[in-house]
Design a protein around this ligand. Structure first.
Ligand code: COA
Length: 193
């Protein structure tokens, strides 16, 4: 379910199959995102190529490391459904999402996955992340998304609380949920059962 690391070379046949399957699913998700509809009034702005540097800076400040290649590739592929919160020409936060289509019991299901959300430290606590996730809930509903999915680290109380406030149910914690071995929750917001 996590973002495929496009740059890692698969070491076995089964890994190759998963790798190719993920690329295929991403491509289908990209095609779906191209037909997305948006509310007539939106408090977020879709990203453009001029935003990449600022987004990378906010990411770096928030997570203490530069975004990997897969983050940048996903942001480009799903540019249409990645947003910034901007005020007076200044970007204060971003929300990146992507789409994954699945089949469940023969029914086609479209998931939206939250790739990353962050707000500049000086602008935190002002409701910006809440606004971004709430707007995204509206966009998802408008486009018949089945559910929104996010991974949240166990040691991130701000994000856990934010997701609960935005209608997500938390499952877990699951040990070794992240590649670095740390545990985390799966946050799921079911929009249409
Ligand atoms: C998590 C983060 C995005 C929240 O952004 P924000 O704009 O400050 O959040 P908001 O002001 O919209 O707060 C909305 C809710 O989130 C929760 N929250 C936000 N900051 C919190 C904190 N420091 N401690 C506990 N809960 C917090 C609260 O439930 C809050 O609702 P409330 O104000 O009614 O209590 C921000 O702290 C951040 O960028 N962190 C670093 C990046 C990160 O961890 N991203 C999430 C990865 S899954």
């Amino acid at each position: 379910m996590r973002i495929v690391d496009i740059c890692s070379i698969p070491k076995s046949t089964s890994n190759y199959i998963t790798f190719l399957r993920n690329i295929f699913l991403d491509f289908r998700g990209f095609l779906i995102s191209r037909h997305f509809q948006f509310p007539s009034e939106m408090n977020l702005r879709q990203i453009n190529k001029n935003d990449l540097k600022v987004i990378q800076k906010i990411y770096q400040t928030a997570f203490g490391e530069s975004p990997g290649i897969s983050f940048r590739l996903y942001m480009k592929l799903f540019q249409r459904i990645c947003y910034v919160y901007e005020t007076n020409g200044c970007i204060l936060g971003y929300l990146n999402t992507y789409i994954r289509p699945y089949s469940l019991n023969g029914k086609k299901i479209i998931w939206m996955c939250e790739s990353s959300v962050a707000v500049s430290p000086s602008s935190r606590g002002m409701g910006i992340a809440f606004l971004m996730l709430s707007e995204n809930n509206k966009i998802a509903k408008l486009n018949n998304i089945y559910c929104i999915y996010a991974d949240v680290r166990e040691d991130n109380p701000a994000s856990l609380s934010l997701h609960k406030k935005c209608g997500f149910q938390l499952k877990g914690p699951y040990p070794h949920h992240y590649k670095d071995g740390s545990s985390g929750y799966v946050a799921i917001n079911l929009l249409d059962w």
